[in-house]
Design a protein around this ligand. Structure first.
Ligand code: ZN
Length: 315
């Protein structure tokens, strides 16, 4: 209720503001934000979040958000882009049907790693290995044993420390850690990831597809040459499936800096998305557009959105 009041009140403002949201997994019973690296938003919560967005905001594809922000007039709804990261089977099976039911569009940022066969990301292997106690505390190379032990003991947020440690490793070391996690968690099942047909179903269902890089490296940590490669590798293959040029990118782990933004522009991207807590304004750098993670509950997500637009200007 409060969120609705705040939203209605701030709509009187002429602020040229909008919000981008970044989802990962949605559907089912939902996850636990203390114990899961990317806890799923439950199917019920996602449905209610979409309903709220449809009623009170102007939902646009990520590629149109900045233009919508710049052309917003007093009294108009604030523009919002609904985005998803990673090549997750749930995008096609859970997210798309709900979006279609509400008549909303969204942008899916994909790497294309599972176009031809199943794939599971290292952090998904980590989650499984910890949840099902498939790994010993000392079994992940280059990661502190104490952190892995704490995660196995279900200490709140401990698994985030393990994931952050792996994220910071350089490529060869991260490959070591990923190998250990894969051995523990086992190979992906046949339905994991997004096949070419699933990606085409997203497009046919009215969604937009952007790039998220094939190997999901932390881009600011790469050398100039590695960065240029990461922004190109796999993009032609994904574009061949979507049948469109990939105009938008979201940076892996939501992280980019000015050098990454410049490289993305040089690689042909018009808009780039990070993860942050800020709103999008007319002055936002098109290659460094922040996206706010939704809360797991619909009420808290509504409030987070209302606060964001309210912070940008009052009537
Ligand atoms: Zn990602």
């Amino acid at each position: 209720m409060l969120a609705v009041v705040v939203c209605a009140w701030t709509r009187l403002s002429s602020a040229r503001t909008g919000v981008a949201l970044v989802y990962h997994q949605v559907g089912g019973k939902g996850g636990d934000a203390r114990l899961e690296i990317l806890a799923a938003v439950s199917g019920d919560s996602f449905r209610r979040q979409l309903r709220h967005l449809r009623r009170y905001y102007h939902v646009v594809p990520a590629s149109e958000l900045l233009d919508a922000v710049r052309s917003r007039r007093r009294g108009q709804r604030f523009p919002v882009a609904i985005t998803f990261d990673d090549d997750l089977a749930g995008h096609a099976h859970d997210a798309l049907p709900e979006l279609q039911r509400e008549g909303l569009t969204a942008t899916f940022f994909l790497g294309g790693i599972s176009l031809a066969g199943p794939h599971r990301f290292w952090w998904e292997d980590l989650q499984r290995a910890v949840d099902d106690r498939l790994i010993e505390p000392d079994a992940i190379p280059h990661v502190a044993e104490a952190d892995v032990r704490a995660a196995l003991e279900r200490s709140p947020k401990a698994i985030f420390r393990v994931a952050a440690a792996i994220e910071r490793l350089d490529r060869p070391q991260r490959a070591d850690a990923a190998d250990a996690l894969r051995s523990a968690a086992g190979p992906p099942s046949a339905d994991e990831g997004l096949r070419a047909a699933n990606v085409q179903a997203l497009i046919a269902g009215g969604a937009e597809v952007g790039f998220h890089t094939l190997r999901h490296d932390l881009l600011p940590a790469l050398s100039d040459n590695e960065l240029a490669d990461a922004l190109r590798e796999g993009s032609d293959e994904l574009a061949a499936v979507t049948g469109t040029r990939l105009e938008v990118i979201s940076y892996p782990h939501g992280r980019a800096d000015q050098r990454v933004a410049d490289a993305a522009r040089a690689a042909g991207f018009t808009y780039g998305f990070v993860t942050g807590r800020e709103t999008v304004t007319a002055d936002t750098n098109p290659l460094l557009i922040p996206r706010i993670p939704p809360a797991l509950s619909p009420g808290r997500t509504a409030l987070r959105l209302a606060r964001a637009v309210a912070s940008s200007g009052s009537p």
